[in-house]
Design a protein around this ligand. Sequence first.
Ligand code: UDP
Length: 249
Amino acid sequence: MNKNNKMNTNERHSILQVPFNGLTMDDTLQVLLNFIKTDVNHLVVTPNPEAVMLAQRDKTFLQVLQSADLVLPDGIGILLAARWLKLNIPCRVPGCDITMALLDAAKGHSCYLLGAAPGIAEMARRNLQNKNIIVLGAKDGYFDEDMGITIMNEIKELKPDILIVGMGMPKQEIWALKHLHTLPCKITLCVGGSIDIMAGNIKRAPKIMRRLGLEWLFRLITQPSRAKRMPDLPKFVFKVMKVSKHMFT
Ligand code: UDP
């Protein structure tokens, strides 16, 4: 963690070895705005229960999550697990919400979008530019090795303050950590399908569903391909309950 931060963002709460920060949305935004003032690139990840379960099977992914500068709880399941384990995680900090809050609050700063299907990042770029957000570049997340080098060179040349990576887990996190210190950005945010949402390609759940913690259900209905991840949810609950039994008996 960068020493320039006055706020103690080092306080972590472990859920199945994934060290979550227990920050409110406002505090998270403050930490990100502090990151932007530094000369170092900071990795920010937003794991949900499916990511925590993937990290149990994929140790490289677990190590990436453990080495991130900020680990933000995305998904109601993380919050419920925190309550169960009596951890001080006050609220969800969904990747899409915190990305938009950051882009709004840091309007003089620039960003670069990397991810989603061909054409989508460009759509997101236009939508953000209509809100006076500076977007220096936009590339899809389906590139080969040669294109990867071209993209790296472009990012190095453009020097965006914020790099938004939406290539799905664990690809986005592994890619982001691998290149973290060669890219001249201040924040690298791994945010899954957020570029689709910024583009208007995928709709957010209605507010009432979000408030009730049912965003996952909305996404399941609108993107049935996510159903293959569902078996991980009961496994997550079971594992968390097992840990809590060891902790509290
Ligand atoms: N994606 C990508 N490159 C890939 C695989 C996926 O850019 O090689 C994009 C995909 O088009 C979608 C996003 O990554 O925009 C995945 O969104 P999802 O919400 O599934 O993210 P996750 O929950 O896996 O982090």
